[in-house]
Each structure stands twice: as structure tokens, then as C-alpha cells.
Design a protein around this ligand. Structure first.
Ligand SMILES: [Ca+2]
Length: 131
């Protein structure tokens, strides 16, 4: 039976810092502080960043969220991390959360969940009865 030697316990601080429109591509930039391999010591092995339209669902079933691909390898504990999630829908409320894992397969607890509403791209209809 696999024995857990250490568990990453520190939560990741996840902050939405920007949500920008690039043509029709909706992106959200997320930043957080790197956790470690053992708690806040060392360097974790990988991140799992996911989003969902339902914050409760994401909190209760993180693995059911939509995984974000192309995440960077974790930096040493305490480092500033940043990643831009692309391919989102406009005018939609998303919830994001992240977890970290070490080389032994020990997963951190889920981070805080951040909420972001992507930009509304639909303009009002033209007024046609101006007199
Ligand atoms: Ca560890």
C-alpha cells in the first residue's frame, strides 16, 4: 500500500489579475504563489488548473472541472506564477481552482476558487427608428 510521506498543505493563492479581449479569443490571466514539494518547502512537480461554471461543483468535485492544458512546470515554493487561460466564452462566469502534486503523487488540497466574468462581446442592436 502506498504510504503518504508528506502532503502539500499550503493553499495556493489564486488571483485573477486580468481578463482581456484579443479579437474573438477570450482569455483570463491567473496568478498564484507556488507551493512546495513538502508543504511550502521545495518545488512541486506539476499543477492541475481547472474551471467550471458552477463553483459548488468545482469545490466538491475538482476532477470534474475542465482541465487547462499547457500549464508551466512549478517554480520553487514562494515564486510568483502566472498563466493565461484561453478559449473561453464571452459574457460567461467561470470559476477557477488549482492543485499541485509532488513527484511521489501527493496532491495538495484544492486552492481557493476565483470567479471571473468574461467580457460581453454582443453589442446592442442598431436603432432603426430615429426620427
Ligand atoms: Ca512531497
Amino acid at each position: 500500500m502506498f504510504k503518504v510521506i508528506a502532503v502539500i498543505t499550503a493553499l495556493l493563492c489564486l488571483i485573477v489579475v486580468a481578463c482581456k479581449l484579443e479579437g474573438q479569443t477570450i482569455s483570463v490571466n491567473l496568478t498564484w504563489t507556488a507551493t512546495g514539494d513538502d508543504g511550502m518547502v521545495g518545488t512541486a512537480t506539476a499543477y492541475d488548473l481547472r474551471y467550471d461554471l458552477d463553483s459548488t461543483a468545482l469545490a466538491n468535485d475538482f476532477s470534474g472541472g475542465t482541465p487547462v492544458m499547457g500549464l508551466p512546470d512549478p517554480k520553487p515554493s514562494g515564486s510568483a506564477e502566472s498563466f493565461t487561460v484561453v478559449g473561453l466564452l464571452p459574457n460567461t462566469t467561470y470559476f477557477f481552482a488549482i492543485k499541485a502534486v509532488d513527484e511521489a503523487g501527493n496532491w495538495s488540497e484544492i486552492s481557493n476558487i476565483v470567479r471571473k466574468i468574461t467580457p460581453d462581446l454582443t453589442s446592442p442592436a442598431a436603432i432603426t427608428d430615429l426620427q
